[in-house]
Write a protein that binds this ligand. Structure first.
Ligand code: GLN
Length: 488
């Protein structure tokens, strides 16, 4: 079996037993990138030299007998909105096209300290705003299951890289679904941890109260390994909580007996693909047959989550993105004649249409005359959403829903229809608004495109999510399927 197709836990065991070197693994992944990247376009930058240097450092530490980290020697793709010291971090935007951060994000530092292998910076929608990776200023990423379809977004490059074996695992970011939705479209595992579980330091801000870094992996065990490696308190991120990090690998039990699983009917939205809902219900039936107690539930406030998100996220973005002004870093327009025109031209030329639209909506929603009508209302919805989840969790341990109402759509199919594009986030946004953890795993296929199942849990209870996901995985074989790409 080719090394690039292996999971991180398989490779970790092989590395520990000295059956393989990190250099061999890294060369295999770089070889796979050479083979298929021309078709997939998962990366903005491939950092082959840094990867091989890290692989050698990992091999050296194995040779010395140092206690290995879970991801020592494992090739990781990094979404290109995560700051990497000395390596371009573009956010897929013209305004940061040549930005080289002077520091690492905390999550990246944690990986670097254990000699994980940074294989490259993966493509995304500009500033993580989008659901298809078509808003990248470089090029769209393609779905490895069907190259004429989108990989989802905004972590489309990360999801496609893992699905296509161009990385073993990846780090993405999720503000309203940007890890889970592309994981669903690309048939990989994606988790948005609880807000405050993983430090956001060095994640280029989109909507700070919603942004989270999390794993995209080939299976649930790898998801636990990545989560373990990046979690924990960080003084550099004030919302990063001082909550002990449990042993996530110990949470991987093939057992859901007695667990209470709720299925909120509002997530089976109007227009949902009947094959998607059938696959999700089949998954619920399977968990029931394995001993879980499953019951239907209702969360009527869910109707308002999408509109609330599309006020709150742009509002925060309009404030966060004010720093990109051509003064301190990034692109500066050459057309300016004075300081005011410098700000104006830099932002006019530097941001793409989706980002500009959000800055304008956010500025409007926060302006004195409209704050109460929009921003405050949306915040109130957010409180109701939180309460609705609290109520649900007084009855259930986890909630199960589809990750997205449809499978991956065609490239270009929704780019002219912003409403339809945004509707792909309808099932992922509620967890973002309430800060709870959520995971997406594959539970079926339609026309050879993966269907995602979302499991949402209580704050800081990633363990139960992992346990349910792991049990599902142990009793099905979806996670073993790979796209045929390059192997036909
Ligand atoms: N698709 C959503 C948006 O465009 C979510 C993006 C994200 O999670 N970064 O806002």
């Amino acid at each position: 079996m080719e090394l690039s197709t292996r999971t991180a836990h398989e490779l970790h065991n092989m590395l520990v037993k000295k059956e393989v070197s990190s250099r061999e693994i890294t060369e295999a992944v770089l070889g796979r990138i050479e083979q298929v990247e021309g078709q997939v376009s998962a990366y903005i930058t491939v950092t082959a030299d840094a990867a091989l240097a890290a692989a050698d450092a990992a091999d050296e530490s194995f040779a010395k007998g140092d206690a290995p980290g879970l991801l020592t020697g494992i090739p990781v793709a990094l979404k290109d909105n995560l700051c990497t010291k000395g390596v371009k971090t573009t956010c897929a935007s013209k305004i940061l096209k040549n930005f080289v951060p002077p520091y690492n994000a905390t999550a990246i530092d944690k990986l670097a300290n254990m000699h994980a292998v940074p294989i490259g910076k993966s493509n995304l929608d500009e500033f993580a705003m989008g659901s298809s990776t078509e808003n990248s200023i470089f090029y769209p990423t393609k779905n490895p299951w069907n190259l004429s379809c989108v990989p989802g977004g905004s972590s489309g490059g990360a999801a496609a890289a893992v699905a296509a074996d161009e990385a073993i695992v990846a780090l993405g970011s999720d503000t309203g679904g940007s890890i889970r939705q592309p994981a669903s479209f690309c048939g990989v595992v994606g988790m948005k941890p609880t807000s405050g579980r993983v430090s956001r330091y060095g994640l280029i801000a989109f909507a700070s109260s919603l942004d989270q870094i999390g794993p995209l992996t080939k299976d649930v065990t790898d998801c636990a390994m990545v989560l373990q490696s990046i979690s924990g308190k960080d003084p550099m991120d004030s919302i990063c909580a001082d909550v002990p990090v449990p042993d996530y690998l110990a949470a991987l039990k093939d057992d859901v007996k007695g667990l209470k699983i709720g299925v909120p009917k509002e997530f089976f939205v109007q227009g949902i693909d009947s094959d998607v809902s059938a696959a999700v219900w089949k998954a619920v039936e399977l968990l029931k047959s394995l001993g879980a107690e499953c019951g239907e539930h209702s969360m009527p406030v869910m109707e308002y989550t999408l509109p609330a998100y599309y006020i709150l996220a742009p509002s925060e973005a309009s404030s966060n993105l004010a720093r990109h002004d051509g003064v301190r870093y990034g692109f500066r327009s050459a057309q300016a004649t004075d300081v005011d025109s410098m700000f104006q031209k830099t932002r006019e030329e530097g941001f793409g249409p989706e980002v500009k639209q959000r800055i304008m909506i956010g500025t409007y929603a926060l302006s004195a005359g409209y704050y109460d009508a929009y921003y405050r209302k949306a915040q109130q919805v957010r409180t109701l959403v939180r309460q609705s989840f609290e109520e649900a969790y007084s009855k259930f341990d986890v909630l199960i829903t589809p990750t997205t109402p449809t499978v991956a759509f065609g490239l270009g199919e929704r780019s002219g229809n912003p409403l339809e594009m945004k509707l792909t986030d309808v099932c992922t946004i509620p967890a973002s608004l309430s800060g709870i953890p959520a995971i997406s795993i594959t539970c079926g296929y339609k026309n050879n495109l993966p269907i995602g199942l979302q499991i949402m849990g209580k704050h800081f209870d990633e363990e139960t999510l992992l346990r349910v996901a792991y049990t599902f995985e142990q009793n099905t074989s979806f996670h073993k399927n790979r796209p045929a790409l390059g192997r036909e």
